[in-house]
Design a protein around this ligand. Structure first.
Ligand SMILES: [Zn+2]
Length: 294
């Protein structure tokens, strides 16, 4: 177990990284860690996460009573308390507003398709908790439905939440959620998301054991059972049966494909709608998309 002074320094560092990567603006976001079995160390209300110092943190009990600190605890403390109540295995909670993932949360599109092997093996699916007024009891109520089975979720019209067995584990999941959102956005802009087959998703689930990934719930990839499944007991991943069939049709209309082709002077290689871009061109498209999300 890390010492309190190390945990204070780690929260400062995670806050600095989140702000530097644009996951939070102004005073957005909050971070907490367990301090022993009965206390929490938490970021304070109304500070920029990019410029914190170790002495700013608050210590509370598991009911949110402040035990130590000059400042008041985070305005989203109720959400953090709910996570620790529901998940004894969780020792750290990170909340931020990363722009691409939050764009999906605003659009009401969960990140639950079988697209990236590493995301399936680690987070499984990333659902959207229903909209709730920030800082009120509504938010922990919305999070409760999903937190038992998920280490990462989007918060409708708000942001994202990740949890872990330690602070950096929770923070890296926030990076994964945002990275996945960017990749998914680009794939959708290019017109297709080829999904990983259900059989492969189940193989990835087995790899969790091999790699010692502690997922809070198994993956459900069969839509007949997934539709009826409780989000508190299962990670619902959309994956087609039978070797790479596409679950969703192309979403890029021909006019948009032509526009992208013209902009970068590239042609669809063999009339199959596939457009090949350089890394720089791809980066421009991502930046465009992020600007549009803001
Ligand atoms: Zn927030």
């Amino acid at each position: 177990m890390s010492t309190e002074s190390q945990l204070r320094a780690d929260i400062v560092e995670v806050g600095r990284r989140m702000y530097a990567r644009g996951y939070t603006a102004s005073n957005d976001g909050n971070i907490s860690v367990r301090l022993g079995s009965a206390r929490l160390l938490m970021t304070p209300k109304s500070v920029c996460k990019g410029f914190m110092t170790p002495d700013m943190m608050c210590i509370t009990d598991l009911d949110g009573r402040k035990l130590q600190g000059d400042r008041d605890p985070s305005s989203e403390m109720l959400m953090h308390l709910e996570v620790y109540r529901q998940r004894p295995d969780v020792a750290a909670v990170v909340h931020a507003h990363p722009p691409t993932a939050t764009g999906f949360a605003v659009a009401g599109i969960p990140l639950d398709r079988a697209v990236l092997a590493e995301v399936i093996a680690t987070l499984g699916s990333i659902p959207i908790a229903e909209y709730a007024t920030p800082s009120t009891q509504e938010l922990p109520d919305a999070v409760r439905k999903y937190i038992k089975a998920h280490d990462g979720m989007l918060l409708a019209n708000h942001g994202a939440l990740t949890v872990g067995a330690d602070l950096f584990g929770a923070y890296y999941k926030m990076e994964t959620v945002e990275h996945f959102a960017k990749i998914s956005l680009v794939a959708r802009m290019l017109g297709r998301e080829n999904l990983i087959a259900r059989e492969e998703v189940l193989r990835l689930q087995e790899l969790r054991g091999t790699y010692g990934i502690n997922a809070p719930a198994p993956i459900c990839a069969d839509e007949t059972t997934a539709a009826a499944v409780d989000p508190a007991s299962c990670q619902v991943v959309q994956a087609p049966a039978g070797g790479g069939a596409r679950l969703v049709p192309d979403v890029l209309p021909p006019s948009r494909a032509a526009e992208i082709s013209a902009r970068f002077g590239v042609a669809s290689a063999d009339g199959d709608g596939e457009i090949r871009l350089t890394y720089r061109e791809l980066s421009e498209l991502i930046e465009d998309a992020i600007r549009n999300l803001r």
